[in-house]
Design a protein around this ligand. Sequence first.
Ligand code: SF4
Length: 295
Amino acid sequence: MAGIASQDSTSLWLTEAPARVGRRPVASPLRLSPTAVTCFRQCPRQYKFRYIDRLGDEYGGPRPYFTMGNHVHDTLREFLTTVPLDERNMETMVRLLRKNWRRYRVGFRGQEDERRWAEKALRQLSSFVTSHDIRIRPYLVEAWFETEITPGLVLHGRIDRVDLQADRTLHIIDYKTGNTPEASDWTQLYLNALALSRKMPYPVSKASFIYLSSGLMDTASIESNVLDRARWDLLLTARSICCDKNFRSQPGIICRRCDFKPICPDRVKLQKVEATEVQQGDRGVCHGMQRVLVL
Ligand code: SF4
């Protein structure tokens, strides 16, 4: 097993020295996270803007969904790692969320907008309390990983939560704070499973998304053929990235939250689509809220 250096009680860095067997070390390996892999598969141009040109800081800026997502993740981490079992309830969750929310409040259009996002966070945590096991003691929380898949290719990223099950196998869990999709995209969790299976003393047997907006959990079994396939697909994607000369834009659902619309080659087409959506009133619906989070 690779060295595990404890950073604190809830967060681990999992690293290993690069493999050199039969080869000289590669000067600058391609480093891919599951998010970057998904990004390239969805839109190579967005991948280029973000990971090659590194324009994220210039065009990114704070976004309300990132702020909300960070606070929800932080609150769940604290709740499951620092709160005694007999204090795990909705009141504690609200207290933690309120504390985390006050740390930073960026990206909102104003007080009303912030309140709407805070209520959304509260709804998601409420659905977690009512729909999931809040007495669990996770094996790992927010575990960072980095592993060499092949000389010249490093897979790295972070896993929200890993549970050690009674049969001594691992269950990887990822929290989603966006909308619940019709079908899960397993790319991210299969790659997480691939990385973790190389690092941990226990095999990975399951991976799940917890969609906090609906409280639903979607679970997949992790067999060896799943890991083989994930590794093969990763190698193909890495090769595509290395061979890509154009990084074509590929408009789709991700354009809605793409920071690079102002410089996208398809921006005119996108503006027309957005104008049509506005005319059709295709905007998110704000549902009524039973509880109010006092900020
Ligand atoms: S706006 Fe859409 S097509 Fe353009 S770079 Fe972003 S994701 Fe790609």
